[in-house]
Design a protein around this ligand. Structure first.
Ligand SMILES: Cc1ncc(COP(=O)(O)O)c(C=O)c1O
Length: 380
């Protein structure tokens, strides 16, 4: 199947009992056995569930992977990956990750004697410099949240291979429509399905996808043991959302390109970061490894924080909200919202200034988004 056909059809077959084209929601905790020791492939929903399995097969197929495992949130998926490590292990991590990821790594996982070094993974030399004898995992987010740094995934695969590191890529911002990290040598792809994959701000979820049988077996065991599983209903909603992923992503990206160009040309805007702009520092890598630049933009205004606040408080169509990747355009202030738990000195060192504004460009008519931003900018 071609990619777009896979998005609509992969992993989904009509219900064998009724012919229903949409698979049913198996909202059940348990399954009746035919005899002791003989079930129909399912025994308890913490371990597996037919609706969840449909979503896992659908997303694994689109990502070009063999196995998928769904979680109750993107963060539960991140945590499950970390559970592949043991006390004493060290992780090298992209320096500009989602604030919830660094909060989990620094404030929770360090209690279990795991250590983390943050580095600009868009520079492979810097990554080599921080690898230690006990480094076991390379954690890359690309494009990053919120500064949209792009990492050369094939270069990271080479480093991971040389040092025997488990190589995970959080590809939430790109989605498999624009980037398939397994093709570049990643061991694990992570997504918050809360975002583009489900796409309509209707739920919280996560998934990991891998080609490695050993990683899959271990993560299945962890999932079954801990139970950070999504509800069958949320899996079903995600599965329906995914069917239009390719169409939504094309519109997110074309709208974002228009918005990024508008902001870059605006006199009150100091800096715009969007991988689809030639001014983006890793524009060439993004062009080479991605099939599109997705829908996320960050920018700073000439007047810094107070000007940014005016814009965020003045928009009407754009929703001032945490989260991203849904059909509605959302505007976010990373310093007080998504990255509030990253200490200020660290945020400043990264370039995540108090004046930074992030936009998740939706799929509305671009003229309406531009008008809303133009009117808000006039108030500055
Ligand atoms: C890049 C990235 N990874 C992971 C997460 C965590 O996902 P969730 O909110 O579904 O737990 C987020 C949330 O914003 C994110 O932006």
């Amino acid at each position: 199947m071609k990619f777009d056909t896979k998005v609509v059809r992969a992993g989904i077959t009509p219900d064998p009992t009724t012919g229903s084209i949409v698979p049913p929601i198996y909202e059940t905790a348990t399954y009746v056995l035919e005899q002791v020791g003989r079930d129909k492939g399912f025994d308890y929903t913490r371990s597996s569930n037919p609706t969840r399995q449909t979503l896992e097969e659908q997303l694994a197929s689109i990502e070009g992977g063999k196995h998928g495992i769904c979680y109750a949130s993107g963060m539960a998926a991140v945590d499950a990956c970390a559970k592949l490590l043991k006390a004493g292990d060290h992780v090298v991590c992209s320096d500009d990750v989602y604030g919830g990821v660094s909060r989990h790594f620094n404030n929770v996982l360090t209690r279990y004697n795991l250590s983390f070094t943050y580095v600009d993974t868009s520079n492979p030399e810097k990554v080599r410099e921080v690898i230690r004898p006990h480094t076991k995992m390379l954690w890359v987010e690309t494009p990053t949240n919120p500064l949209l740094k792009v990492t050369d995934l094939a270069a990271m695969a080479k480093i991971a291979k040389e040092h025997g590191l488990l190589y995970s890529v959080d590809s939430t911002f790109a989605t498999p429509v624009f980037l398939r990290p397994l093709e570049f040598g990643a061991d694990i792809v992570v997504h918050s399905t809360t975002k583009y994959l489900s796409g309509h701000n209707q739920l919280i979820g996560g998934i990991i996808i891998t080609n490695r049988d050993d990683v899959f077996e271990e993560m299945k065991f962890i999932q079954k043991t801990i139970g950070a599983v999504p509800s069958p209903f949320d899996c079903w909603l995600t599965m329906l959302g995914v069917k239009t992923l390719h169409l939504r992503m094309m519109r997110h990206a074309s709208n974002a390109q228009v918005v990024a160009e508008f902001l870059e040309a605006h006199a009150k805007v100091k800096k715009v970061t969007y991988p689809g702009l030639p001014s983006h520092p890793q524009h060439d890598i993004a062009r080479a490894q991605m099939d599109g630049f997705s829908g996320m933009i960050s920018f700073e205004l000439v007047g810094g924080m107070s000007a940014g606040r005016t814009v965020m408080n003045s928009v009407k169509l754009c929703a001032l909200a945490e989260s991203l990747g849904a059909v509605e355009t959302m505007i976010t202030h990373p310093a007080t919202m998504t990255h509030v738990d990253v200490p200020k000195e660290e945020r400043d060192a990264r370039g995540l200034t108090d004046g930074l504004v992030r936009i998740s460009v939706g799929i509305e008519d671009p003229e309406d988004i531009l008008r809303d931003l133009q009117e808000a900018l006039e108030k500055v």
